[in-house]
Write a protein that binds this ligand. Structure first.
Ligand code: ADP
Ligand code: MG
Length: 457
């Protein structure tokens, strides 16, 4: 934070750049003279190039030297995959060898009782660079639950990337070891309904008992409890109770704890007691492996590789959609009694794929439509000369975001918002920078819009 503070105040780098490009850097490792940073996986090589092209790497280095008071320190910024040594997986091999074994009837009963999906096991989870870290951590927690640094275990990542699958895998593994463990999988939704139900029927004691009896509590999509005051309160109590009793708590969310804006502070800080782990969108090889695996699991023989390749190249940011695409093709082929070919795949997936590719690159036009949609103001109004406060703010926000999230010139940004000159764009950007500093509500809105624009959600 001290480093980021220097970047912001001494080097005048805007908060949005810091949040988007620098705060998201992860320290991969360090030796006595070098700190290795990896860029957010979804930005990949583009992120490395961007930081370099704009000279932010130099500023970062200089801030680090200042803070550490050591002018010999160096930094390396690269994609994570370029750092990971080939044999890093060895450590988990021992645990993995326990994955294949015979299961008792009691285990299957326990799976039902615990609310688990029988398919969401480690065996069915394909591991690649994008999820190796999350996978290894989950496996470690499964093998030795309730260790302080992974309690709670907080897993976050975009929709459809395997959070539910991974967290349930832990539960399966634990039950495979001991079917008598009290495991409970729940979602924010179920948890909320349980509370409402309990209150209505005057059975809050039963509710508490249900959730406090467990040895391992999994709660999926925690971001959904935001704004539900009573649920948050009840969850807070449950959490504390289980934590004190040294039970394992596993939480998933679509964002890291610090970005769950309106989550009560005391709850948020508890989520950070453990190390939050994230899961990224799968790379090409992982996507291919997932598709082949699913085809095999679903008994879909004889799908040519070109079909897998076509899907994997075009659907890049969501495993659920990857599966959906494969299903869609196979159902269609069966219905029409056709062979599954690349042409058939192209034809069947037309709609799905055009949506996916256009949402990948952030352009001023995309920003324009996202801001318009979010602020409920029409694109025409933003492009017009109208000067009412909310329209002007939306317009300036488009300028500001375009400036920070794309590499367009002020002139070209001006064109996007209906032909404003570059001085107007410049002053618009400044106004938003001011507003972000002064108005935390507005700042939060901007964050949400940026999230909406992010390629992998
Ligand atoms: P999330 O909870 O993050 O939205 P899910 O866990 O529901 O995502 O995953 C969506 C679908 O994709 C599920 O059917 C899941 O089995 C599958 N899936 C996700 N990641 C993988 C993976 N690495 N290997 C195999 N299947 C996966
Ligand atoms: Mg889920």
């Amino acid at each position: 934070n001290d480093i980021l503070h220097i970047l912001e105040t001494d080097y005048d780098i805007s908060k949005i750049i810091i949040d988007t490009w620098i705060r998201t850097l992860e320290i991969y490792s360090a030796d006595d003279k070098t700190i290795y940073f990896c860029v957010d996986e979804k930005r990949g090589k583009h992120g490395v190039d961007y930081l370099h092209k704009k000279g932010y790497d130099i500023f970062l280095l200089s801030a680090i030297r200042e803070i550490l008071n050591d002018s010999d320190v160096n930094i390396v910024i690269d994609e994570k995959k370029n750092f990971i040594p080939e044999d890093e997986e060895n450590g988990i091999e021992g645990i993995e060898s326990k994955l294949h074994r015979e299961y008792s009837d009691g285990y299957y009963d326990a799976v039902k009782r615990s609310n688990l999906n029988p398919k969401y096991t480690f065996e069915n989870f394909i591991v690649g660079d994008s999820n190796r870290h999350a996978y290894a951590t989950c496996l470690a927690v499964a093998d030795l639950p309730c260790q302080d640094n992974f309690n709670p275990l907080f897993i976050y990542g975009g929709s459809g990337l395997g959070k539910t699958h991974l967290m349930q895998s832990i539960a399966h593994y634990i039950l495979q070891n001991d079917e008598n463990t009290n495991v409970l999988y729940t979602t924010s939704e179920i948890f909320t309904n349980d509370i409402i139900d309990a209150i209505q029927k005057n059975k809050t004691d039963e509710f508490r008992d249900k959730y406090r009896r467990v040895d391992v509590l999994l709660i999926d999509d925690i971001q959904e409890i935001i704004g539900r005051e009573r649920t948050q309160q009840e969850f807070f109590n449950t959490f504390n109770y289980l934590y004190e009793a040294k039970k394992q708590i596993i939480i998933s969310s679509d964002k890291p704890p610090k970005e769950i804006k309106s989550l009560e502070e005391r709850l948020r800080s508890r989520f950070e007691w453990g190390v939050p782990i994230d899961i990224h969108a799968p790379d090409y090889e992982t996507r291919m492996a997932i598709l082949r695996n699913k085809a095999e699991l679903n008994g879909l023989a004889s799908i040519p590789d070109s079909v897998f390749n076509y899907i994997a190249e075009n659907i890049v940011s969501n495993v659920r959609e990857l599966e959906g695409a494969l299903n869609k093709i196979s159902v269609y082929a069966k219905l029409m009694n056709l062979d599954i070919t690349e042409d058939l795949a192209k034809d069947t997936l037309k709609d799905l794929i055009s949506k996916e590719t256009t949402s990948l690159v952030i352009t001023p036009d995309l920003i324009l439509s996202t801001v318009a949609d979010h602020m409920d103001i029409s694109i025409e109004d933003i492009k017009s000369k109208k000067r009412s406060a909310d329209i002007a703010t939306a317009r300036q926000l488009v300028m500001y975001l375009s400036r920070n999230l794309t590499d367009r010139s002020l002139q070209s940004i001006g064109d996007t918002v209906g032909g404003k000159d570059h001085a107007t764009v410049y002053s618009g950007i400044k106004k938003i920078e001011e507003k972000i500093k002064e108005d935390s509500q507005f700042n939060a809105t901007v964050d949400v819009i940026i999230k909406k624009l992010s390629p992998q959600g």
